[in-house]
Design a binder for this molecule. Structure first.
Ligand SMILES: Cc1ncc(COP(=O)(O)O)c(C=O)c1O
Length: 459
């Protein structure tokens, strides 16, 4: 089965080919071809069945084959799939913006709708920039980010992402923005515990703002609960308040990138709801907002900000697919599913069960160093030695091998080596928000087998 699953040596041919032609050398391992999916399960064209413990790259949040979403998609497709901004408003756009801003609450009255997370972050920082100009703060153009951090792969989003490996290749093509440390809490400097390191990380933000010159700093962007860049990192509560206060003190806009952690994944519709005293000025969403059914991204911003920009001539930004009717109809159906079925409550409950199962696994595994997360945004950190927290050698490409072994055990896991593995290696364990107790238990069983197989290959 192992040999068949990732066939080696299969050539891509001389033209066309799967997306992997951009990532894998010809003759390298081939992935199976997907056939269909239902709920948390996916089948390939050879009839193998996989339990989806990751939702792809944490996108398919309400599971596959949702009848309500498919009906909304079909209904809108039959009416019209595209209507351009220069000529028409479209009702699905209005309905989605109404629904999302209603649930986001005061301070987020407007929704700019685009096609994905990178686009949403680009739009957010450009809107922030234009807003600063309307206030006469023309020097404000630096957007500080965290190291590590991820906000997308387009050049603007890459410039605010903290990934030294990407920077090494692309820095000459973009204006790399200053970074401050992420408040890690597993592998810490000797003189710190998690609390003191989070205080230190917040202090580093203020120091960076002062160093850059507060009048030049436009915004600070961070993932309130980390995605892949930090492996579901959750900071101590005081960190969020400290960051909010620092930004307010220096007139810096606080942007939460909720591309991965938003849309119900951490147990609340917006991740920001966990820290009501640290509300950001803007929020970006993608992935779970259309749950993989169509490309969709979204920027939430206050009406005052948007009104100021439109009065000054309007947003100098857009794409052909902004507020696409088909994607908006899908987004509306997905958000309705989240709310009507209170999938946030299920995310909280199943997240607790999943972490308990993973912690139990941790006691039995020699390489499962850390389990962390909130709701159903969770990660496991893999180490060579649990005592020393030593990172596995980069040459092992551990996370890629674990994904491969997972598939052999009928389990889908998500990871990608970020920052060249400098901060450690982890896998996301992020099943759909519709996951059942039995499925959570099955994920833990299959993950246990996956880790054991990998461990047996070491040494
Ligand atoms: C936190 C975060 N921000 C932004 C992005 C970029 O989103 P997209 O891949 O839809 O452009 C991602 C994607 O993984 C992400 O995890």
């Amino acid at each position: 089965m192992a040999a068949e699953l990732n066939k080696t040596g299969g050539t891509f041919g001389t033209h066309g080919g799967p997306i992997d032609v951009f990532y894998t050398p010809d003759g390298g391992k081939r992935h199976p071809v997907v056939s269909h999916g239902k709920g948390a399960w996916i089948w390939d064209t050879d009839g193998r069945q996989y339990l989806d413990a990751c939702c792809g790259p944490v996108a398919t949040n309400i599971g596959h084959g949702n009848e309500r979403v498919i009906a909304a998609m079909m209904d809108q497709a039959q009416k019209i799939c595209f209507a351009g901004k220069p000529h028409f408003e479209n009702q699905p756009n209005i309905d989605l913006a109404d629904l999302v801003t209603k649930h986001a609450g005061p301070g987020f009255e407007r929704a700019f709708i685009c096609s994905g997370g990178s686009e949403a972050n680009e739009a957010a920082i450009k809107l922030a920039r234009q807003y600063a100009i309307t206030r006469g703060e023309t020097a404000r153009c630096k957007v500080l980010g965290r190291d590590p951090g991820y906000h997308g792969s387009t050049l603007g989003a890459a410039a605010i992402s903290g990934d030294p490996a990407s920077e090494a290749v692309f820095s000459g093509m973009m204006r790399v923005m200053p970074k401050v440390p992420a408040p890690f809490n597993y592998r810490l400097p000797d003189n710190h515990d998690a609390d003191s390191y989070a205080r230190h990380a917040a202090a580093m933000l203020e120091a960076a703002i002062l160093d850059e010159g507060p009048e030049t700093v436009l915004a600070f962007i961070m993932e309130p609960v980390g995605g892949l860049a930090t492996g579901a990192l959750v900071a101590p509560d005081h960190y969020y308040k400290a960051v909010r206060d620092i930004c307010t003190r220096h007139g810096v806009l606080l942007i939460y990138d909720e591309v991965m952690c938003g849309a119900g994944r951490t147990g609340t519709f917006l991740c920001a709801e966990h820290w009501p005293d640290a509300k950001p000025d803007m929020i970006t969403l993608a992935k779970g907002i259309a749950a993989g059914y169509t490309p969709l991204g979204l920027v939430l911003a206050p009406a005052t900000m948007v009104d100021a920009v439109t009065r000054a001539g309007g947003f100098m930004h857009g794409h052909t697919y902004v507020a696409n009717p088909l994607s908006c109809a899908v987004g509306h159906a997905v958000v309705s599913e989240l709310i009507d079925n209170d999938l946030m409550a299920n995310a909280t409950k199943m997240g607790q069960r999943l972490r308990a199962g993973l912690r139990d696994l941790q006691t039995r595994s020699g390489i499962l160093g850390d389990v962390r997360g909130l709701g159903l945004l969770n990660a496991i950190e893999i180490v060579r030695d649990k005592e020393t927290k030593e990172i596995l050698p980069a040459t092992l490409k551990a996370v890629y091998r674990l994904i491969e072994i997972g598939m052999q055990h009928g389990l889908l896991l998500y990871s990608r080596r970020t920052a060249d593995g400098k901060y450690g290696e982890w896998l996301m364990v992020t099943p759909p928000l519709t996951v059942t107790e039995d499925e959570v238990d099955e994920i833990v069983i299959r993950l246990g087998k996956t880790l054991a197989t990998f461990e047996s290959e070491l040494d």
